[in-house]
Design a protein around this ligand. Structure first.
Ligand SMILES: *Cc1c(COP(=O)(O)O)cnc(C)c1O
Length: 215
């Protein structure tokens, strides 16, 4: 019998959390966050059939993924880190989904790209000064500008403040999505993805629980 892998365990936990919440496991996309991981660490997941991966730096992804994509062309790459406007065109060329749209300059740069990936607007859900993301109060106007630009808007993304219980922040993001007519919710990491699924996450971003601690 095959050994149970971390991928099996995380998939089973997502399925269980979905079931508890009366949701379908297939409605949740597990993004394997492969930032800092080598191609050799990533390959076993690809061979196990996993296809959604998250990276936080354009340059690192450009170095790693073209070779992997040659062998697994149906991979979907998710940009989950802060994105500089001057990297927007490169990111649009490589990534299928961008989870970190958070300001007008980036919106303008993506609008000029050849083909814009699906977009999640990152919300500064805890109102933290140092953190990226659109302020909750500015969200309706910002979403209106994304829609005016005709870009493919998939939903909202957040990273709750460290050290606090995450579920109220997940609930708030879900409420903001509902109010603004959006279906996609990118929320939940290794520590709290089950809670995120119970609160309605459609995309969870999991690194450590799949690959082990980052060095
Ligand atoms: C690194 C990262 C993750 C994954 O974090 P883990 O705790 O390793 O699961 C998820 N989302 C974002 C935005 C990240 O930068």
């Amino acid at each position: 019998m095959a050994e149970t892998t971390p991928l099996d365990t995380v998939r089973a936990s997502i399925a269980h959390a979905a079931k508890v919440a009366g949701r379908k496991p297939d409605d949740i996309t597990l993004i394997a966050v492969s930032k800092t991981r080598t191609a050799d660490e990533i390959r076993p997941l690809l061979e196990a059939g996993h296809r959604d991966f998250g990276e936080s730096r354009v340059q690192e992804a450009e170095a790693k993924w073209p070779a992997l994509k040659a062998d697994f062309p149906d991979v979907r790459l998710h940009m989950i880190g802060q994105l500089q406007s001057n990297k927007a065109a490169d990111a649009a060329a490589l990534f299928d989904v961008i989870h970190s749209l958070d300001r007008d300059s980036l919106l303008d740069a993506l609008a000029k790209a050849d083909a814009c990936p699906d977009l999640f607007v990152q919300v500064n859900i805890g109102g933290e000064e140092q953190k990226g993301g659109v302020a909750v109060a500015d969200l309706p106007d910002f979403l209106a500008r994304v829609r005016e630009a005709g870009l493919p808007l998939a939903g909202l993304m957040c990273i709750p403040p460290q050290g606090l219980e995450a579920s109220p922040f997940f609930a708030l993001l879900a409420e903001l999505a509902r109010r603004n007519g959006l279906d996609g919710l990118s929320m939940g990491m290794s520590e709290d993805y089950e809670s995120a699924v119970r609160q309605g996450a459609t995309h969870v971003r999991v690194g450590t629980a799949l690959f082990g601690a980052r060095g």
